[in-house]
Write a new protein. Structure first.
Length: 345
């Protein structure tokens, strides 16, 4: 008898495709010449929900920032680092470069399920991979710029680079950073550079959804930071020490050690474990659940004081923004010449 394996990785890829499509298409959608979101420094305008606002109406920006931060707090309290593993551009770019370009297309890396082992790189293939990613990075950088310079102006400006050196310089700068970040910095950006990893841990509680190794079933492998052995020695422990979960981890951690800042909730370790344990007729030892649910063997409690509080605060901010956008006033100024003569002294 075998248990059905999980498919979090395939679901993640579907989410990546949807997020990428939305990000690419959204700047091209206009209603009455207005965009869903555009912060144009060139024309000194803010487009929000297909309504245009002038620079003196930028009092709306604090509401947008409040909604952004409240959404991050709510998402983190509810689902941990779900943003990092499922929608973060850094993670999506790394999957495209490492798993698609280097592994599937150029075969520089031998196996998509082994992200720990460093292979002897072919210089020619490595160069080709960087060139391919540089082209994609240029598209990604352009896509980012479209939310500040609309596509209808962007391509016109790009046709005359000598007259728009600042735009070209910013575009080249972002592209260069993306190449360095994705090719050389890699997951070290998530581990050492990104501040979100440090902030998110203070938002966790026992009901926050995380990637958790079930130590009660699998057995204890770590005593603090000390590894006790290749596999648990506890009688009845189900972990067989295959370390498939370790090899597949993009941030190079062992999830069996417990919650770690480096974990980005990609759940590739859960898929790897479910594939191995499924052949033994058992469920995965690594699941997307909460510490309380594992301990009490109950369902995850999604609605609790903290999440409800964030939902209420977020709703108030959204309603306030909606009311402020409907209060847009127009002024018509006519200047007419009078009949009397003026003398200039």
């Amino acid at each position: 008898m075998s248990c059905k394996p999980t498919h979090y990785t395939k679901r993640r890829y579907s989410v990546y495709a949807i997020v990428t499509l939305i990000a690419l298409v959204l700047p091209f959608i206009r209603i009455n010449g207005n965009h869903l979101f555009l912060l144009s420094f060139d024309k000194k305008q803010l487009h929000l929900l297909f309504t245009s606002f002038d620079m003196q109406e930028l009092y709306l920006m604090p509401f947008l920032l409040i909604i952004l931060f409240l959404s991050i707090f709510f998402m983190t309290t509810l689902g941990g680092r779900v943003w990092c593993g499922w929608t973060c551009p850094q993670t999506i770019f790394r999957v495209i470069y490492r798993d698609l370009i280097c592994t599937k297309i150029l075969k520089i890396r031998k196996n998509i399920k082994d992200k720990q082992k460093e292979f002897d790189e072919n210089i020619i293939k490595k160069t080709i991979s960087v060139i391919i990613w540089a082209a994609l990075a240029f598209v990604a950088a352009s896509n980012f710029m479209w939310y500040f310079v609309p596509p209808e102006d962007f391509f016109t400006y790009l046709a005359n680079p000598a007259e728009h050196k600042l735009l070209v310089g910013i575009l080249i700068g972002i592209t260069t950073f993306l190449v360095f970040d994705v090719v050389f910095l890699a997951e070290n950006f998530c581990i050492y550079v990104c501040p979100y990893a440090r902030v998110q841990s203070v938002m966790f509680d026992n009901d926050t959804i995380q990637v958790i190794y079930d130590e009660n079933r699998g057995g204890k492998l770590y005593d603090g930071h000390t590894k006790l052995g290749k596999k648990p020695t506890t009688p009845g422990a189900e972990c067989i020490g295959c370390e498939a979960c370790v090899r597949v981890c993009p941030t190079h951690i062992d999830i069996r050690k417990g919650m770690q800042l480096e974990c980005i909730n990609c759940l590739e370790c859960s898929d790897a474990c479910s594939e191995v344990m499924g052949k033994l007729g058992k469920e995965s030892l690594i699941n997307w659940t909460s510490a309380k649910a594992i301990k009490t063997k109950s369902k995850v409690k999604y609605f609790r004081f903290r999440t409800i509080g964030y939902m209420i605060a977020l709703s108030i901010a959204v309603i306030a923004l909606g009311l402020m956008t409907t209060k847009k006033e127009h002024m018509l100024l006519n200047i007419n010449r009078a009949t009397q003569l003026y003398s200039i002294k």
